[in-house]
Design a protein around this ligand. Structure first.
Ligand SMILES: [Zn+2]
Length: 388
């Protein structure tokens, strides 16, 4: 950059050193705009052979002196962050339209080609530096744990806190509990509530969501290796947790209803993985049907195929009515207790297992009921393994 070809006459305007310096944003390395503006003012005075003209912050026609108040902004921001645990943060800001337009107009007229920096960028950077000094925390634009957004027109401060994500697997050891809260309030507690309780207490979060790798029916237990999930805690004030302790607390306080295994920190990307996974599942199902061992064994052999299932009547009110093809990888008789035949099934994700047994009035084909040509009643169903 040839300084002699740069129009320095913006030094005649009523601009603070910051706003003057931003016009010439590309001149020199490792300078703050404050230093750059001061230098421009001096060079201009030397060229004109006159006194350096100082401009007070409040007189500045772009910022009205916001940069001279930046330490107050920093102190106030740090005070909002005081009770929140975070290691990285970022600052965002909004400036009034008049400020933005005034700056644009001046920079279009005076800035050398490719130079000129937006006021918000300098404000965010300078405020970030000071907050780092006060709090010892690192400014990070990519993936901050907290973001403070300041509307400079009204001095309104908004705090965004990154949610906390915890991965684990849950076992639901009793029937009659839904995975997540029902809007109707029909069920008093959910697997989600039981797992989230200690997290809410410890993090002082405001809301929670449980992202499960599928879900079992309310009357179905989830046994074996458990179902993968990611628990999301919104607006947590604390992020460092003893997950082993929390695991123990959940397992000891759930009255034998729910257990969690392998809690660890997670992220939003894993939520997507969990929600899109299509794992095979192994079930144990008990059915009542008037038959004998030989007959039922031979009927089950005929179910090791791709079956076709029209949306079951019981879920038709919330799912599209269509026909799905699902593979039954394995199915076998494992026990008989009283009048209940106990069967294990390994099936593709999304298979309706109860319907595979009773046939849902011919909507699932083939089914155990269809092959035996007898009425089949489902006594119980458990998920015993999720092969994810
Ligand atoms: Zn200014």
């Amino acid at each position: 950059m040839d300084i002699e070809k740069v129009n320095l006459s913006a030094a005649e305007l009523k601009l603070c050193n910051h706003c003057l310096g931003r016009i010439y944003g590309m001149l020199g390395h490792h300078l703050t705009n404050d230093e750059r503006g001061r230098a421009i003012r001096i060079i201009y005075a030397m060229e004109k052979n006159e006194d350096v003209k100082e401009v007070e912050g409040e007189e500045c026609i772009i910022c009205g002196g916001i940069f001279s108040r930046i330490d107050d902004y920093a102190k106030y921001t740090a005070s909002i962050l005081k009770d929140i645990e975070f290691s990285t943060f970022s600052i965002g800001s909004r400036f009034p339209e008049e400020v933005v337009n005034m700056e644009k107009e001046i920079q279009e007229k005076y800035a050398p080609e490719g130079a000129g920096e937006y006021i918000g960028r300098e404000f965010n950077r300078e405020l970030g530096k000071r907050i780092s000094e006060i709090t010892g925390k690192e400014a990070n634009l990519e993936n901050p744990e907290v973001t403070v957004i300041i509307d400079t027109e009204y001095d309104d401060f908004k705090l965004e806190i990154k949610p906390l994500f915890i991965y684990g697997r849950y076992r639901k050891l009793v029937r009659g509990i839904p995975q997540t809260k029902w809007p109707s309030g029909k069920y008093r507690e959910s697997v989600e509530d039981i797992i989230a309780k200690p997290f809410m207490k410890l993090t002082k979060g405001e809301e929670h969501a449980l992202h499960g790798m599928g879900r079992e029916d309310i009357d179905v237990r989830m046994l074996g290796n458990g179902r993968p999930f990611v628990l999301e805690i919104k607006r947590p004030k604390k992020r460092t947790l003893n997950l082993k302790e929390i695991e123990k607390e959940i397992n000891e306080n759930s009255d034998g209803k729910v257990e969690v295994i392998g809690l660890r920190y997670s992220n939003r990307k894993e939520v997507v993985r969990i929600k899109t996974a299509k794992p095979k599942k192994r079930y144990r199902i008990g059915v009542n049907v008037n038959t004998n061992e030989e007959e039922i064994k031979s009927a089950l052999e005929k179910l090791k195929v791709v079956i076709s299932q029209r949306t079951p009547t019981r879920v038709a009110h919330r799912r599209a009515d269509r026909i799905r093809k699902r593979r039954v990888y394995d199915i076998k008789l494992v026990d008989k207790k009283d009048n209940t035949w106990i069967i294990e099934v390994l099936a593709e994700s999304g298979t309706y297992i109860k319907e595979l047994m009773h046939g849902d009035s011919g909507r699932t084909r083939p089914s155990l009921a269809e092959i035996l040509n007898k009425e089949v009643k489902v006594d119980f169903l458990d998920v015993i393994e999720i092969l994810d």
